[in-house]
Design a protein around this ligand. Structure first.
Ligand SMILES: C[S@@+](CC[C@H](N)C(=O)[O-])C[C@H]1O[C@@H](n2cnc3c(N)ncnc32)[C@H](O)[C@@H]1O
Length: 489
């Protein structure tokens, strides 16, 4: 408890980075899901109290992750419905703290008599549901109060209740804001969300202190169809062989080696010598060996990424490396989704211009994707994207446009823009030479790629512009040489 209490007294720059990325992603995820008439589900598995220190900052990313989510959702309703509400932290909100304290104490007392497991029940009347789990009692209580504060700061009426699992719900009773928050005093691995069906989209944030409380067997419940996860992977904690060796059981559970080879995934089965332990031991020893022989942080992160991809049956994983101003790797943020739209949203979120620049000092950290620092501002050079596309697909015929998009989103630091394709088409010697649909028909308008059709693109097999430039340069050099030769005679 002491660690987490101190942790929230003062914010850190690398903490801000991940919350900033989380906020940006939510600022895209919330409107997209709401406009598509889907239920928006957000789950913050290691929530914390929602605030750093005693202040109530105006900049959203300065808050803790649960309140970031709440404010992003409220602000989205305000923006889309053109409402008059605004965040006013000067409203008097402290008058009834004692009442809430007694309420939470009563809840916790009843709850402790029951099982540890927390199941958050679906609330099918609410458009946006925010779910939080927090294992520390003080943080849980503070989070409950802080959620109420945010509702009050915006002047949104709410009701609170507690379900039989001990999950407190704070729900807006203002029809303009169909929002509910469920706050569970429970450990992540004991918290379960119901499946809300294909009319919902779930975004989960897993942001632990280390790596001991996030077994793969539980993490995998939060990805799959309609679900995506952002994970703070404390790769720097796994950098030493000794650490991996000392934390064998935790490491095996973290990577999910246990339930791949054993029918039971509980830690007790790991401590006992089961017949299958040889198999997960071999995976574990491979990780140890690899991490000893090469860069441990990179190897562990790659190993984890691969485990996620295999479990999710998806290659749509984006890993961001966060370094501090001394170029030291602090942690990785790993995003996994099953849907290209999720990938696009995350990439776009990273490319959008900084929305509240006063909140962050961009020079104090670096976010890298595939070793290339992201700029976080909308300054993508589409000429460069065009070159990248051509280098990858030159000489290829009938490449589906979705494949090009997939490549740009997953294998480059860029976002996909049709403009890059137009550049290749409009050149004097176009490098993109044919665009047709499956019936061999061209788009109606030149240089366009209307949505909804899987356009098939054919690229020239070499860069004739470069060839032309090189030939030109050779010719000029030849002329210069001849001139020099004749003038010296
Ligand atoms: C790194 S902090 C989270 C910070 C928060 N996401 C933010 O951005 O403000 C981790 C939090 O998880 C809580 N915690 C620790 N172990 C937990 C567990 N097993 N399940 C749920 N919460 C846990 C800690 O008390 C702490 O508040």
């Amino acid at each position: 408890m002491a660690l987490s209490t101190n942790f929230f007294n003062e914010d850190t720059i690398h903490g801000k980075v991940k919350r900033f990325m989380y906020m940006r992603h939510l600022q895209a995820f919330v409107p997209i899901t709401q406009q598509s008439r889907l239920r928006t589900l957000i789950y913050d598995a290691f929530a914390g109290p929602g605030r750093y220190g005693e202040n109530w900052p105006d900049a959203i990313e300065e808050l803790g992750s649960p309140l970031i989510a709440l404010r992003v959702v409220i602000e989205d309703f305000i923006k889309r419905k053109r409402l008059e509400f605004s965040f006013n932290r000067l409203r008097n909100v402290n008058s009834d703290i004692g009442k809430y304290e007694r309420y939470v104490q009563k809840v916790m007392k009843t709850f402790r008599k029951r099982s540890q497991k927390s199941i958050i029940m679906p609330d099918l009347e609410t458009d946006v549901i925010l779910n939080f789990s927090e294992a520390d009692e003080d943080n849980y209580f503070e989070l409950f109060l802080n959620v109420i504060h945010v509702f009050k700061f915006y002047g949104i009426a709410y009701k609170r209740s507690c379900d039989p699992c001990g999950v407190i719900t704070v729900r807006s009773s203002d029809t303009a804001f169909p929002i509910g928050c469920n706050i569970a005093l429970s450990e992540f691995k004991h918290t379960f969300l119901p499946d809300c069906g294909d009319k919902s989209r779930l975004m989960t944030f897993i942001d632990p202190f280390g790596f001991s409380d996030m077994p793969m067997s539980h993490v995998q419940n939060f990805f799959g169809q309609g679900k995506e996860v952002l994970i703070t992977f404390m790769s720097s904690f796994l950098n030493r062989f000794k650490k991996l060796e000392k934390n064998k059981i935790t490491v095996i559970e973290l990577f999910g080696f246990d339930d791949e080879y054993s029918s039971s995934s509980s830690s007790s089965s790991l401590s006992s010598s089961s017949s299958s332990s040889g198999s997960y031991d071999s995976q574990y020893h491979k990780l140890l060996k690899d991490s000893k022989e090469m860069d441990g942080i990179t190897r562990c992160t790659q190993f984890y990424e691969n485990q996620l991809m295999r479990r999710a049956n998806s290659d749509m994983v984006l890993t961001f490396e966060i370094r501090d101003s001394r170029n030291i790797r602090r942690f990785h943020l790993i995003f996994i989704t099953n849907h290209q739209k999720g990938l696009e949203t995350m990439k776009e979120a990273m490319n959008r211009g900084t929305q509240s620049p006063e909140g962050l000092s961009l020079s104090e950290y670096m976010i890298l994707r595939k070793g290339i620092p992201l700029s976080l501002v909308n300054i993508q050079n589409n000429e460069l994207v065009a070159e990248t596309i051509f280098n990858e697909f030159k000489g290829k015929e009938n490449v589906p446009i979705s494949q090009i998009k997939h490549f740009i989103l997953l294998d480059t630091p860029f976002v996909f823009r049709k403009k890059a394709l137009t550049i290749l088409q409009k050149e004097k010697n176009p490098r993109l030479i044919k665009v047709v649909n499956e019936n061999n028909e061209h788009p109606r308008r030149r240089w366009s790629f209307p949505d909804g059709t899987e356009w098939l693109l054919t690229f020239r097999d070499r860069d004739e512009n470069i060839t032309a430039t090189v030939s030109c340069l050779l010719l000029v050099s030849l002329l210069v040489c001849l001139t020099v030769l004749f003038s010296t005679r």
